[in-house]
Design a protein around this ligand. Sequence first.
Ligand code: PMP
Ligand code: GLU
Length: 432
Amino acid sequence: MNLQKHVSLNLNLRGLGESPTLAMSERCRVLREEGKEVFNMSIGQSPFPVPNSVVKALKMYAREKTYLPVRGLPELRTAVAEHHKQKDGVNLTADNILIGPGSKVLMYLLQLSFYGEIVVPTPCWVSYVPQAQLIGRQVQLINTTYEEKWHLTAENLEELCQSEHDTYRPRIVILNYPGNPDGGSYTADELKNIADVAREYEVILLSDEIYGQLHHKGEHVSVAKYYPEGTIISSGMSKWCACGGWRLGTFAFPDKLDWLMNAMSDAASQTYTSVSSPIQWAGVTAFKGSVEIERYLWHARRIFSQLSGQCAEMLRDAGARVHDPEGAFYLFPDFSPIADNLEKRGINGSVELCDAILCENHVATIPGAAFQRPENELTLRMSYCNFDGNKALAASETIPLHENLPDDFLEKYCGKTLESTKRICDYVNTGA
Ligand code: PMP
Ligand code: GLU
């Protein structure tokens, strides 16, 4: 097992840097303003419109203007609890739910409020580790491998708990599935095994399930089903409801961890107060769900599933190794099988690779290093969501859901994403 400790105990924010996903998106905006063509596969946001009923609710509640309770609007907390009950089979009530301005902020408050060690398998989403750095906290990274499908295994978790002769050190392990940056998910058996180890060593799991509803087959399983007493489910509206900019995230706590929820809620009351009232009211409609929203989700899943399959095939044809995503809208190719060709051209790591692809073939991606991978690894994250989601959704809605999308659909409605992928393939194959 490849363990790596990130110790950042001096509180020095110089050098923290802007979040790489947001910084790269800004770089694309500036390049476009300069009149340059850029294919932006850097930011991860749903291309689809917000479901109509949710937009309608937001309009209806635009006049809501009072501060809401710190923990969230009671109606919304009830709707979120019911949502997890129905989708994930876990028993929760409104009292278990905390609403925040994005799950990102809730994760930061969690790191602030918890006193133990944070364990993060890599590749991992770009902000978990910098958030720890912001508060001078120690992080234990576990580097997973391509062969392990970038998954944390129960064996690795157990080895970590035993390795430091500090077996019962308070720990939070962050799991994220479907995963950013790789789109992979865990099987029920893998989750059960992880849950058993977590229970044995009293590890808390922060299960980041923000992409749960975007499992391409609609088969998302939460680890909370197997370890309800020790799992916090992190979710929100940003991805499945396509409104990242609205800023609404949710944490669902087991009863046993109410001390942690209380500490976070106190911190919230001294910082952001509460989430915007109209957004919370609109959230009630989103989390209550409807036939319209279920249909919308199936259309989104079908498009993402077929598009990711085609992009993955193109990457493999170009010599990369990549797992077919099972959810979300990211691919995480590893170009190490064609490292010789890249090294000949002076590319020895992901940052160089990412820069070269942007400068020469105008596609913006995020280097594997931003996901805590070794600097010399030739991995990249590609967000395959840079197509017109309004048009793609409208076209998909004319095709019955039990059918596959026709052959020309992706070329017609997701052509920009296919073109971006082709440009990456062309770059890595130049001179081969
Ligand atoms: N977790 C993961 C894996 C993410 O990709 C993101 C990015 N949106 C977040 C958490 C944070 O999402 P939000 O703050 O919009 O809820
Ligand atoms: N989560 C998105 C991404 O990984 C962007 C938003 C963010 O990082 O806050 O691209």
